[in-house]
Design a protein around this ligand. Structure first.
Ligand SMILES: O=C(O)[C@@H](O)C(=O)CO
Ligand SMILES: [Mg+2]
Length: 252
């Protein structure tokens, strides 16, 4: 059975940021991920992780995103110097927070030049921090219109071009289902590249169990593929209290 983490940017969002760590631990999670921790001093996040015995699975890069900027800019031509500065800043957070994974976001741009820029920037990040695992994640066009990385075949092509062992695929059931219509089939086709998994229902991105996807079959497929990393719950709870939406966990 997969080991489940909680994305506390979406789960437990009914609570103040620093209270979400304890809530996740009390709900039985041993690991969390945080999309953009950059508004908070890293030492405060570190303290909350340690106090609650939590591992940090993932953060996103580069900032900013929810603070008003677009989601990343790794595929935006002309932003290479800014990308390098921001990855350097991200690595300062990494030193303190030690996330297993840093997800590098592409931003809004299309075309061959965007792809070349994305590949070069990913290679730069991979070589700059060779011990850090990085990921790229296709985001569906309903949630993120005009986002560069909007398809799993394109992600595979980019990963082949990047050709670095520390850059891999972040698979998300919600995006896979909306983009390609069958998240399980996407997993079967691309799991050999997956280094991180996130789960949420489609089409409304609520908790597993709602919508059409067969989550028990997906969990079995993760196990069958030998995937041993974290499976992070990254969904918008359909009820006011996140704890009331955790019935999808096999042990609950
Ligand atoms: O699926 C998502 O939206 C996230 O994993 C993400 O990184 C976008 O911020
Ligand atoms: Mg995701």
């Amino acid at each position: 059975m997969p080991k489940f983490a909680a994305n506390i940017s979406l789960l437990f969002a009914e609570l103040p940021y620093l209270d979400r760590f304890q809530a996740a631990a009390e709900a039985g999670f041993e690991a969390v991920e945080i999309l953009f921790p950059y508004e908070i001093a890293a030492r405060d996040t570190r303290r909350a992780l340690v106090a609650n015995g939590l591992e940090l699975v993932l953060i996103n890069a580069p900032p900013p995103n929810y603070t008003g900027g677009q989601p990343g800019f790794a595929a935006v031509p002309g932003e290479e110097a800014r990308f390098q500065r921001d990855i350097t800043r991200v690595m300062r957070y990494v030193e303190q927070l030690r996330p297993g994974i840093v997800h590098i976001m592409a931003g809004y741009e299309q075309g061959a030049q965007a792809q070349e820029t994305f590949v070069r920037n990913l290679q730069w990040a991979a070589d700059h921090a060779p011990k850090q695992q990085f990921t790229i994640e296709p985001l569906n066009p309903v949630a993120q219109p005009d986002y560069f990385l909007n398809d799993y075949d394109l992600a595979a092509e980019v990963l082949d071009q990047v050709a670095r062992p520390n850059v891999g695929l972040q698979y998300d059931t919600y995006h896979a289902e909306v983009i390609h219509g069958d998240a399980l089939d996407v997993w079967e086709r691309f799991h050999s590249r997956a280094v991180h998994v996130q789960i949420g229902a489609a089409p409304d991105r609520s908790e597993p169990g709602r919508g059409t996807m067969d989550f028990p079959a997906l969990f079995q497929a993760f196990d069958d593929a030998g995937y041993s990393g974290w499976v992070s719950a990254e969904y918008k709870p359909s009820k006011p209290r996140t704890v009331d939406t955790l019935g999808w966990r096999p042990s609950d």
